[in-house]
Design a protein. Structure first.
Length: 528
């Protein structure tokens, strides 16, 4: 019983390991408890309720669930336990009532840990860590465990699972065979919960609550290695189990992210209609100190037996700055707008029924799939050389290096960086480069235009330079990627004239309050 006391009264080690990586992020106890607060209070008194963390890492969710269940069944048990431990230290004998309390506490601990709390570890190491957090011993069949099990796993299982390869990729998670087809002694990162066709077969029982923080992504391998999202697969498999409540924390990129699988995931969640609460953090470090997750993170509550609008909370600097109960999908939008205050402004813009600025923005890889050019040099040597903008460099390239869209070379246009900042409208700024005739760009840029004259191009640049433009851009930009789709909400203007914020605020009939909101939001902090 001393192990219970030591586990809960000493400084919390799980606060110290909460930010060990940005790929498999450990959850601080404060965030785990904020997520648990979304559940109805009556569930903690229900001795038939079953809880599952299907991707446990530190065991923090399982531990905090157990503490709440104990508190509901034995109110103020920690205070009573502390008094008994203090009495033991002083060498005083325990009363009959105190002995009965200790026996009752042990019975409740045994019942909860054997019948209510379950986990699936993502690696062998995290299985040991989770068991240590929950059972006070990494092997719950040994004498140090606060509740005895017949085997060394208890209710926290870890089963090594192999990827299923097809055409060089795992059919379940998309992992690269060249990168993850490993020696048996190495971790495969083939997470059991998403490497089965039917997740219900893992425990073969019904769960009332599924909660946790899934792995977010996995490298797809290759020379320019990219990562494929994983969190959507965990969410959808959890929904397959039909719990009463599903609570998870994931990147917020799914609100507007452009990965085909994320678009499909977003569509499924919106059509499902059972996402009832979302708490959104544009700055992920508010949840995971020291960890950068571009586009921020959010945690949500999904309810099996309840459909309707979603209550959306915006967090900033430790406080809730806005909340609204609204449809996840606004009329005329294909993505979720994360800022509550922005919706009224967007409605005014959409009401004009203008064409989108995205119509004059090119897709990726305008001239070439390269981010640089082999023939780049700084003195023009041939008559057919073209002046190229390449990453942070510029110079002349051989005309032959252009693979497509040669017709754009002779036009006036604007080069826009395809990657900008970290998805914070407070710091991110698109700085266009004027593209004169006989210019091109590498894959580092996309193109806006073309334009009939230099004046027209400069007028378009004046529009891009406004806070109004960047405000609307931020509604779709949820990562550093700043591609064609991010410009969808921005209306196309007549570029026979110069544009300023004042003219745009007047055109769209923005109120003083709405103008103040934009002015205080956009570029309100210096870029780090």
């Amino acid at each position: 019983m001393n192990d219970i006391k030591n586990n809960y009264f000493n400084p919390d080690v799980l606060n110290c390991i909460a930010n060990l990586s940005s790929d498999e992020v450990f959850t601080p106890p404060t965030i785990a408890n904020a997520m648990l607060d979304l559940l109805p209070q009556e569930i903690w008194k229900d001795r038939n309720a079953k809880f599952l963390d299907p991707f446990t890492k530190s065991g923090v969710f399982l531990r905090e669930i157990t503490k709440r269940l104990l508190e509901a069944q034995m109110p103020n048990y920690l205070n009573s336990l502390q008094q008994i431990e203090d009495k033991k230290k002083d060498g005083k004998a325990l009363s009959q009532k105190e002995h009965e309390f200790m026996n009752c506490l042990q019975e409740n601990i045994d019942y909860i840990l054997h019948n209510q709390v379950y986990g699936i570890a993502i690696t062998e190491l995290t299985s040991l860590l989770s068991r240590r957090s929950l059972y006070c011993s990494k092997y719950p069949n040994c004498k140090y465990s606060i509740s005895k099990f017949d085997d060394a796993a208890g209710n926290i299982r870890f089963k090594r699972v192999e990827h299923t390869w097809k055409n060089g990729k795992c059919i379940f998670c998309g992992a690269s065979q060249s990168e993850y087809d490993r020696d048996k002694n190495l971790e495969t990162h083939a997470y059991e919960f998403i490497h089965v066709n039917e997740p219900k077969e893992i425990f073969n029982m019904k769960f009332d609550v599924i909660i946790g923080n899934p792995p977010y992504q996995m490298s797809t391998g290759g020379g320019q290695a990219q990562a494929t999202p994983l969190y959507d697969k965990f969410v959808l498999n959890a929904i397959k189990l039909a719990p009463k409540y599903l609570v998870m924390i994931t990147p917020s990129r799914w609100f507007a992210g452009g990965f085909p699988q994320i678009e499909k995931f977003r569509d499924e969640i919106i059509k499902d209609g059972r996402m009832r609460i979302i708490h959104d953090f544009e700055d992920a470090s508010e949840c995971f100190p020291g960890v950068e997750i571009k586009g921020g993170v959010s945690y949500f509550k999904w309810e099996r037996d309840s459909k309707g609008d979603c209550t959306f909370f915006n967090h900033e600097k430790g406080s809730i700055v806005s909340s609204a109960t609204r449809p996840l999908l606004e009329t005329g939008s294909e993505t979720i707008i994360r800022n509550n205050e922005a919706i009224k402004i967007l409605h005014k813009v959409i009401a004009k029924k203008e064409k989108s600025f995205s119509e004059i923005v090119s897709p990726l890889w305008v001239h070439s799939i390269k981010s640089t050019f082999q023939t780049l040099h700084y003195e023009k040597k041939k008559n057919d050389d073209i002046f190229a903008y390449v990453m942070k460099d510029k110079g002349w390239i051989d005309n032959a290096e252009l693979e497509k869209n040669r017709d754009l070379v002779g036009k006036w246009k604007l080069f826009l960086p395809r990657s900008v900042g970290s998805a914070s409208v407070k710091t991110d700024r698109v700085i266009p480069i004027l593209g004169k005739p006989n210019t091109c760009c590498s894959g580092t840029y996309i193109i806006a235009g073309t334009f009939n004259s230099e004046v027209e191009a400069l007028n378009a640049k004046s529009y891009i330079d406004t806070k109004f433009f960047h405000f609307l851009l931020s509604l779709k930009k949820v990562s550093q990627d700043t591609v064609k789709g991010c410009y969808t909400f921005i209306p196309l203007q007549n570029f026979d004239e110069v544009w300023t914020d004042e003219k745009l605020y007047k055109k769209y009939d923005l109120s003083e309050e709405e103008i103040k909101y934009i002015e205080e939001l956009v570029w309100s902090e210096r870029r780090k």
